[in-house]
Design a protein around this ligand. Structure first.
Ligand SMILES: C[S@@+](CC[C@H](N)C(=O)[O-])C[C@H]1O[C@@H](n2cnc3c(N)ncnc32)[C@H](O)[C@@H]1O
Length: 246
C-alpha cells in the first residue's frame, strides 16, 4: 500500500488544507511567482507547521509528473482506503442515501470530474470496484478541484455483492445504459438511491447491470451513441437533485 502521495493544483491543495491538513508533509511553491492565492495557501500551511520550499517550474513539473500544478505541489500522507465496512458506517449514519457507483472507470480525468459532480450534487459517497478502476491519483485530485477531499471513495472487492447489500439496506439502484427503454426523465429518483454508471469502453458489466433495480437512458437527439461517463453522471445526478428538492 502507498504511504505517500502527491497532490497538486490550487483547489486540490486548498481543500486538503481545509479538510485534512494533518496529511500534508511538505509543500513546494513555484519560486518567483507572486500570486495572492499561493501566498494565502502558503501562510495557512505555515500555521500548521508545514515545511514550505520554493522550487523551479522544472522541479514542480517533476514532482507532480504534470505541468498542470498551478505553482503548488504537496507531498502528503496517503488517504485511508475506504472499504465495505466504512460504507456500512456511512449507511448507518445517513437518513437518505444518495450514492454513485462507477463500474470500472479507468480514466483519472473522468473519476476527477465524477467526484466534482458528486460533491456539487450532494452525493455522500462513490463506490468503485477495487480492481480495474482508477484510484485517487494526483491527477484525479487535481481534476476533482477539491472534491477528492470531500466525497468518500469506497473501494469494494465484489461490486455485485455490495450492490445486493445496498439493496438489503433499502437503497434503490438505478443503472444507466444508452439502450434502456425507460428515460431518465421518467424515472423516480427520490428516496434512498444509488446511480450506477458504466466504464468508458464497455459500460456496465453484465453482473452489475443485472444487479440494478431499474435501468434508465439519457435521451440522445443527435448522431453520437453515448455521452462521456462524467457528463452522463452529471446529467443523472442533477436530475436526481431536481426531483429530490421538489
Ligand atoms: C461512454 S459510455 C459507455 C458506452 C459503451 N459503449 C456502452 O455500451 O455502454 C460510459 C457510461 O456513461 C453512461 N452513459 C453514457 N451515455 C449514456 C446515455 N445516453 N444513457 C445512459 N447512460 C449513458 C453509462 O453509464 C455508460 O456506461
Amino acid at each position: 500500500m502507498k504511504k505517500q502521495d502527491i497532490i497538486f493544483g490550487i483547489h486540490a491543495v486548498e481543500a486538503l488544507l481545509k479538510h485534512s491538513p494533518e496529511r500534508i508533509i511538505e509543500l513546494w511553491l513555484l519560486q518567483g511567482r507572486d500570486d495572492e492565492r499561493l501566498t494565502a495557501l502558503a501562510n495557512e500551511a505555515k500555521s500548521f507547521g508545514t515545511t514550505i520550499q520554493l522550487a523551479s517550474r522544472k522541479v514542480l513539473d517533476d514532482k507532480a509528473e504534470s505541468s498542470q500544478h498551478q505553482g503548488i505541489v504537496a507531498r502528503v500522507k496517503a488517504a485511508k482506503v475506504l472499504n465495505e465496512q466504512d460504507l456500512d458506517v456511512l449507511l448507518a449514519n445517513t437518513e437518505q442515501p444518495f450514492l454513485l457507483i462507477l463500474d470500472g472507470v479507468t480514466d483519472p480525468h473522468n473519476l476527477g470530474a465524477c467526484l466534482r459532480n458528486a460533491d456539487a450534487a450532494g452525493v455522500q459517497g462513490i463506490i468503485v470496484p477495487k480492481d480495474n478502476s482508477v484510484g485517487l491519483t494526483a491527477t484525479v485530485s487535481k481534476v476533482a478541484c477539491g472534491a477528492a477531499e470531500t466525497v468518500p471513495l469506497f473501494q469494494v472487492t465484489n461490486l455485485a455483492r455490495t450492490m445486493r447489500h445496498l439493496q438489503d439496506k433499502g437503497v434503490w439502484i438505478v443503472g444507466t445504459a444508452g439502450e434502456a427503454d425507460c428515460e431518465l426523465y421518467q424515472a423516480d429518483l427520490k428516496g434512498p438511491l444509488a446511480i450506477a454508471m458504466g466504464a468508458e469502453d464497455k459500460g456496465l458489466r453484465r453482473l452489475s447491470r443485472e444487479s440494478c433495480d431499474s435501468l434508465i437512458s439519457i435521451p440522445m437527439a443527435g448522431s453520437v451513441s453515448s455521452l462521456n461517463v462524467s457528463v452522463a453522471t452529471g446529467v443523472c445526478l442533477f436530475e436526481a437533485v431536481r426531483q429530490r428538492r421538489s
